[in-house]
Design a protein around this ligand. Structure first.
Ligand code: FES
Length: 78
């Protein structure tokens, strides 16, 4: 999934964010940590009336949110 752009979410008040980096549905926890070990998810509260963009490239410095770091990847890998 590395190198992909942001994931838009709306109408959501809470997300479980993967912290073990093993999820097949990153950035969302899919309970893989139960079999692989590692920490459980971080629960993040959101405003249901807002739109958010979650990082899909693993490079954000504001996890789980996109900080536009993916744009630097695209520019360096045309
Ligand atoms: S998708 Fe990772 S910083 Fe934008």
């Amino acid at each position: 999934m590395s190198g992909e752009g942001p994931i838009k979410i709306t109408d959501t008040s809470e997300i479980a964010v993967c912290t073990c980096m093993q999820s097949n549905h990153w950035p969302f926890c899919d309970a893989t940590h139960h079999t692989t070990g590692g920490d459980g998810p971080e629960i993040v509260q959101l405003d249901k009336n807002k739109t958010y963009y979650l990082c899909g490239c693993f490079r954000t410095k504001n996890r789980p949110f996109c900080d536009r770091s993916h744009e630097k990847i695209k520019k360096s890998n045309p």
